[in-house]
Every structure is written in structure tokens, then in C-alpha cells.
Ligand binder design. Structure first.
Ligand SMILES: C[S@@+](CC[C@H](N)C(=O)[O-])C[C@H]1O[C@@H](n2cnc3c(N)ncnc32)[C@H](O)[C@@H]1O
Length: 181
């Protein structure tokens, strides 16, 4: 599946320009990374980057992540990153958010027990929404020790393009980690 030999598998959904995904793939050559981005400009940027510096442990998919999630085998992933998903801030659009019972069910199916789902957002209503949805789903245990952990970026965090814009505009990101029970 990968040109490189890999012993773990990570998925990033909606990688945008791909800066975070490329960073992670470079720092962990023994892990296979799959990146999904249906937005053509994001994928073009990624392909340009990969043409200059190919990575044998990275593969990309240019369609809706739900299609890939339904194709992946049961318990095949060690981690899923959903970093700054489209926020849909208006209440009437909340049902369009990527996090919901159906997609959490998909995550629960493809993650190994002990696997991690990481969710970052600068939109408070989406952070609360995700905490409630994961609690209601039941397969995910939130890994925060205390509330302040929300604002602690992940280890080795390089940031993302969207995040930089959110911070410039005065919003404070939250970083959630859930473990697949
Ligand atoms: C707000 S942007 C954030 C991009 C990047 N993660 C960052 O932080 O810079 C959300 C991205 O999710 C992608 N996206 C939206 N729906 C998606 C889906 N169903 N499957 C995969 N990616 C999706 C969009 O094309 C967009 O690039």
C-alpha cells in the first residue's frame, strides 16, 4: 500500500494546504499517513510539495472522507486527525458539521481500540458540540486531565494555515483528544 515500510497508520481529514500532514509524515517515516482533501487547490498544493520532496509513507485521496472511511477495514487506524473542520457556525447549519453520530460511528469502526481521534477548532460551539457528540456516542473517552488541557497544542504541533488565521483574528483554539475504548 505504501512505498515505505510502515507499522502504524494515521489519517488526516481535510488537510487543506497539507502543511501539518507533510510535517507529520516527515517526522515519522515508519508510520503510514493517508490525507484526504476534496478541495482541488489544497490537493494541487500538496502534489506540488510531494513532487519536490516525495514521501513514501504518505498517500492522498481527493474525495469525501466518508467514502474512504467506509472502504477502510475494521480496526485499521491508529489515529484520526480532524483539524479545523469547516465550522458551520450558524445553528441552522450545525447538522452539516463533519462530527456527528454517523461519522463518529465510522471513526469507531476503523480505529483500533486505544487509537486516538484528535479534533482541533477555534469555534467554541463546535468544540462543545464535539464533546457532547463523543460522550453520547460512547466509544470515545476524552483524554483531558483538566479544562486547561483544552488549550494545550498537541506534542510537536506545527500549527495549520487555518489556525494561524483564526489566531490572527483573535480566536483561541481548542485541542481535544479522544481514545477509542
Ligand atoms: C477550514 S478548512 C481547514 C484546513 C486545514 N485542516 C487547516 O487547518 O488549515 C477545512 C477543510 O476540510 C475539507 N473538507 C470539508 N469536508 C470534507 C470531507 N467531507 N472530507 C474531507 N475533507 C473535507 C475542506 O475542503 C477544507 O479544506
Amino acid at each position: 500500500m505504501f512505498k515505505a515500510e510502515v507499522s502504524a497508520l494515521q489519517l488526516e481529514i481535510g488537510f487543506g494546504g497539507g502543511e501539518h500532514l507533510m510535517h507529520r509524515a516527515k517526522e515519522a517515516p515508519g508510520t503510514g499517513f493517508i490525507g484526504v482533501e476534496p478541495f482541488v487547490n489544497g490537493m494541487a498544493k500538496m502534489m506540488t510539495g510531494l513532487a519536490k520532496a516525495p514521501l513514501g509513507n504518505l498517500r492522498v485521496y481527493d474525495d469525501d472522507a466518508t467514502r474512504l472511511l467506509d472502504w477502510l477495514p475494521l480496526g485499521s487506524l491508529d489515529g484520526i486527525d480532524l483539524l479545523y473542520p469547516d465550522p458551520w457556525p450558524k445553528k441552522k447549519h450545525w447538522k452539516r458539521r463533519f462530527v456527528g453520530a454517523a461519522n463518529l460511528g465510522r471513526f469507531a469502526r476503523v480505529l483500533k481500540p486505544g487509537g486516538r481521534f484528535r479534533f482541533a477548532s477555534d469555534i467554541d460551539s463546535y468544540v462543545n458540540w464535539t464533546l457532547l457528540a463523543c460522550r453520547a456516542h460512547g466509544a470515545f473517552a476524552w483524554q483531558a486531565g483538566e479544562a486547561a488541557d483544552w488549550h494545550q497544542p498537541y506534542e510537536g504541533w506545527p500549527g495549520t494555515r487555518y489556525e494561524a488565521k483564526a489566531i490572527r483574528e483573535g480566536r483561541r483554539p481548542a485541542y481535544l483528544t479522544f481514545m477509542r475504548r
